[in-house]
Design a protein around this ligand. Structure first.
Ligand SMILES: [Zn+2]
Ligand SMILES: [Zn+2]
Length: 341
């Protein structure tokens, strides 16, 4: 089969790999239909996130069950499924608490990071990491169920309420999924983004969009937000904790969702103490969120975030759309999806 392999810093390649085989009774062979390129894939490519050299990348995936092991009960060949790529062990202290995303034995089992992923024709996973899609939910929308599950977990951790106003830093796909969800709950949503392409995209869905490079972003945000600082600031860029703390109101919450291993921030703890500000990190998701994400997807026009769908063979173009120009900051795309069939 064809697969996109991580070869090292800024190097990926389409290679021929053997089709994976069922090896355990609870294994399921999935014929991959489509996989979204995630900010994590981009960060792996750029060296901001560690991945195993030689691994097949890809984790935001949907497909069709092709074959099942002898003990599989929940799915059968022909079923359409979404993949939960965070392979928890189910036995460690954190898993027993239900905090599956903090599983002690997760290292070595992250699909498309340190274990073969879904930018390929097939993938084998244990049945418990697959979630059946209802008949009305097409692959085009369901390919965003995994990022939606991530966002849902963070929305839950942020205890988002109707009286909240939300400012989102970064109008990438995660920021846009946050915006679509927050619009359903919160009184006002403002997006802050540096890329003109993404500001323009965001403004099709949101009334309030601010340029992150403007000389006085805090004043611009306050102006958009009815003259107040927002109660909730979400940093999806992974590099804006300091900016988030400048923006958030007294008594507010800052939610951190971006991944950037190279970023460090200076904070003044007294600000948090004196102003009652909470900084929230919630990780990705627990598998119990997945069924909720699948049901919620029915009410969210997620496929509208997909700007490009390309076959695996066009991986260079696909990654190029997200890696952008010389500064690696300009985008020409929102969600880019690689089709495996
Ligand atoms: Zn991802
Ligand atoms: Zn565990």
């Amino acid at each position: 089969m064809k697969a996109i392999i991580y070869k090292g810093l800024r190097s990926i390649a389409l290679e021929e790999r053997p089709e994976p085989k069922l090896s355990r009774p609870d294994d399921v062979l999935v014929r991959v239909a489509a996989t979204g390129i995630c900010g994590t894939d981009r960060n792996i490519y750029l060296g901001n996130f560690r991945a195993e050299e030689g691994v097949i990348l890809g984790h935001e995936s949907v497909g069709e069950v092709a074959a099942v092991g002898s003990a599989v009960k929940g799915v059968m060949p022909g079923d359409r499924v979404a993949v939960n790529p965070t392979l928890y062990c189910g036995a460690c202290e954190f898993c027993r608490r239900g905090e599956l995303n903090f599983c002690d034995n997760k290292a070595g089992t992250e699909v498309g990071v340190d274990r073969d992923g879904t930018f390929a024709n097939y993938v084998v996973l244990s049945e418990r990491f697959l979630h059946k899609l209802p008949p009305g939910l097409g692959f085009e929308r369901a390919v965003l169920v995994e990022p939606l599950a991530c966002v849902l977990n963070n929305v839950e951790a942020a205890e988002l309420r109707p009286e909240d106003d939300v400012v989102i830093l970064g109008a990438g796909p995660i920021g846009m999924v946050w915006a679509l969800l927050a619009k359903k709950v919160a009184r006002r949503v403002t997006m802050v983004e540096s890329s003109p392409f993404r500001r323009n995209f965001a403004s099709r869905h949101l009334e309030y969009v601010v340029d992150a490079e403007a000389p006085n972003v805090v004043a611009d945000v306050v102006a958009c937000n009815g003259g107040r600082k927002p109660r909730v600031v979400v940093d999806t860029t992974g590099v804006a904790l300091e900016r988030s703390l400048e923006l958030v109101s007294k008594g507010g919450r800052v939610v951190l969702m971006g991944f950037n291993a190279g970023y460090q921030a200076t904070i003044h703890p007294l600000t948090l103490v004196g102003q009652g500000i909470r900084i929230i990190g919630a990780g990705d998701y627990n598998s119990h969120i997945f069924p909720a994400a699948i049901e919620l997807a029915a009410t969210l026009p997620l496929e509208g975030l997909v700007t490009h769908q390309l076959p695996l063979e066009d991986y260079e173009k696909a990654f190029g759309l997200l890696v952008g120009g010389a500064q690696y900051s300009e985008y020409g795309a929102m969600k880019v999806v690689l089709r495996s069939v």
